[in-house]
Design a protein around this ligand. Structure first.
Ligand SMILES: O=C[C@H](O)[C@H](O)[C@H](O)COP(=O)(O)O
Length: 220
């Protein structure tokens, strides 16, 4: 699948406009995009990054990483996804970067999502849905998620008893066993639980364009 990821990432370069600041997501597909963006770095004014990992990769290819508070709205955001439905609604956060990704998606005029064909589904939910939570609310949020969704929340751990810590200092619950027939509603409901920082459903603000890597790439 890495060739499909690379093909999707390279196609996304066509959406980059001269002199712009590009929003950049996180993950293995985005790593190919950063590589490609590095080759055209003289055409752009810099990037806003959704994670420490991507910031490092961007700097390594000679791209300035800027603060979203200083840039204003962005023309373009390019990011991967864990799942994508036919309406371009997404599950994201497999790399724990969902909150910053949601912020950059909201700040951007055009959100281009780059995926390999394995990410396409008819109904979201096969991939466990990530929810970023304030650590003290982990159990509370897990109970509320069970009551609300009938799914099974699992605390994402780096090792036994050690939660994976997001770039924002929080923890992740991955909700298994969902079949998300109304993603907009589920996104709204989960966002209302006290202690939830954000949920990895991108339905209220779906991608504008999805590029599925292949020979040739398909644009949805
Ligand atoms: O938190 C991580 C992001 O949402 C990624 O975009 C997502 O997990 C897809 O990653 P990958 O391109 O590595 O499959």
């Amino acid at each position: 699948m890495s060739e499909a990821k690379r093909l999707a990432a390279e196609k996304a370069i066509e959406y980059v406009t001269d002199g712009s600041i590009v929003g950049v997501g996180t993950g293995s597909t985005v790593a190919y995009f950063i590589e490609a963006l590095g080759r055209v770095r003289d055409r752009i004014a810099g990037a806003v990054s959704s994670s420490e990992q991507s910031s490092e990769r961007l700097r390594a290819v000679g791209i300035d990483v800027l603060d979203l508070n200083a840039t204003g709205p962005l023309a373009l955001y390019v990011d991967g996804a864990d799942e994508c439905d036919p309406q371009r609604r997404l599950i994201k956060g497999g790399g724990a970067a969902l909150t910053r990704e949601k912020i950059i998606a909201e700040a951007s005029k055009t959100f281009v999502c780059i995926v390999d064909p394995s990410k396409q589904v008819d109904v979201l939910g096969r991939f466990p849905l990530p929810v970023e939570v304030v650590p003290m609310a982990r159990s509370l949020v897990a109970r509320e998620l069970i009551a609300m969704t009938a799914g099974q929340p699992v605390w994402r751990q780096a090792s036994e008893g050690q939660g994976v810590v997001t770039d924002n200092g929080n923890w992740i619950l991955d909700v298994h066993g969902l079949s998300i027939t109304d993603p907009v509603r589920m996104e709204q409901q989960i966002n209302q639980i006290p202690g939830v920082v954000s949920v990895g459903l991108f339905a209220r603000r779906p991608a504008d364009v999805v590029i599925v890597g292949g020979e040739p790439p398909r644009v949805l």
